[in-house]
Design a protein around this ligand. Structure first.
Ligand SMILES: Cc1cc2nc3c(=O)[nH]c(=O)nc-3n(C[C@H](O)[C@H](O)[C@H](O)COP(=O)(O)O)c2cc1C
Length: 330
């Protein structure tokens, strides 16, 4: 077991969290299995309707009696907040607020119901603001991550945030897929890790098998940071870039974002046609660099157990064996 301030605060066995990937990528099944295995599973509620979110929460509850969380991308999903809090998850997981949103009052609504708040940030300034607003846990997310990200690398932003918000527990996110990543995050002062891409490539993730297989096939060098997805969707994602696989679709539109914004309607239709025809490389696929560390689609519970077992081994054996009082030089 690896116990940290995070596991003690949340009442979970392992300092491993699955990201609340929105739009149906992290449902009650995935979150429930992660929590049942001793991690903290998080449902991604963003861009769904309240009924779908309620069903996902019910499914997680059927699978586990242990804590799980629900994630909201604040900038465009605050209308779901009351429903999510009403369902009483253990944790409200949040990210990407607009500048005009009042984090303090959002977090207070969760706290009033005894729900803990875990807020993800891409910058040091955002970390300080969310600590002041009352977050219980801060997730420091580095640019290696899949999905929407900032530009700071994980090793730097995690360490900076750990120092800035102490004694608040910090989780490391971005580029972590195995026990070595967990051990490294703990060495940086984080109290656990939050993983998206790794949990996308699990049996339970409801996304199509071919998209998961693309993660297994990737060596991690084929992702790119871009704003092509936002030019397509028109979503004003405050301060974020997108890390996506460098698919044929992305290649086609890189550097042509203004034209993409103008031709949005017809491009959407082309994407839908490509999906119907099974053209797997003509799409947007949010994926992190750690795809290069993932070589199998596994059950989510196995992912949790493997990460912890590997990290324990590194912390107990590999690293202590390196520390010695004996000099090499004679
Ligand atoms: C497909 C996908 C969807 C994501 N959706 C969300 C989301 O809805 N809300 C959120 O806070 N983070 C989301 N993220 C980002 C994760 O929370 C996390 O920061 C990131 O995946 C960490 O990097 P990793 O992919 O290297 O593990 C998403 C990530 C991926 C890969």
């Amino acid at each position: 077991m690896i116990q940290t301030a995070f596991t003690r605060l949340m009442g979970v066995d392992h300092p491993v969290v699955s990201a609340g990937m929105g739009a149906g990528n992290a449902d009650g099944e995935l979150a429930g299995r992660v929590s049942e295995a001793g991690g903290l599973g998080v449902i991604g509620a963003s861009f769904l309707d309240a009924h779908e979110v309620a069903e996902m929460i019910n499914r997680a509850r059927e699978i586990t009696s242990y804590p799980f969380g629900v994630n909201l991308l604040l900038f465009s999903n605050e209308h779901l907040l009351e429903g999510v809090l009403g369902a009483n998850p253990s944790v409200l997981s949040t990210a990407w607020p607009r500048a005009d949103q009042d984090l303090k009052s959002i977090f207070a609504k969760a706290h009033d119901r005894g729900i803990k708040v875990m807020h993800m940030v891409p910058t040091l300034d955002d970390a300080k603001k969310s600590a002041e607003a009352g977050a219980d846990v801060i997730v420091a997310q580095g640019t290696e991550g899949g999905g929407h990200i900032g530009l700071m690398g994980t090793t730097v932003i995690v360490r900076q945030v750990v120092k800035a918000v102490a004694p608040l527990p910090v989780l490391a996110a971005g580029g972590i897929a195995d026990g070595a990543g967990l051990a490294a995050a703990l060495a940086l002062g984080a109290q656990g890790v939050l993983l998206g891409t790794r949990f996308y490539a699990t049996t339970e993730c409801p996304s199509p098998a071919a998209w998961k297989q693309a993660i297994v096939a990737s060596d991690g060098h084929d992702t790119i940071v871009t704003s092509v997805p936002e030019s397509l969707t028109g979503r004003d994602w405050p301060g974020a870039w997108s890390r996506v696989a460098r698919t044929r679709f992305v290649e086609e539109w890189l550097g042509r974002e203004p034209e993409l914004r103008r031709r949005r309607g017809e491009v959407w239709s082309a994407l839908e046609r490509a999906e119907a025809e099974g053209q797997l490389d003509y799409r947007i696929h949010h994926v992190g660099q750690c795809a290069g560390l993932i070589d199998a689609i596994l059950p989510a519970g196995d992912v949790v157990r493997q990460i912890v077992a590997e990290a324990e081994d590194i912390l107990r054996k590999t690293l202590p064996a390196m520390v010695t009082a004996d000099p090499i030089r004679a």
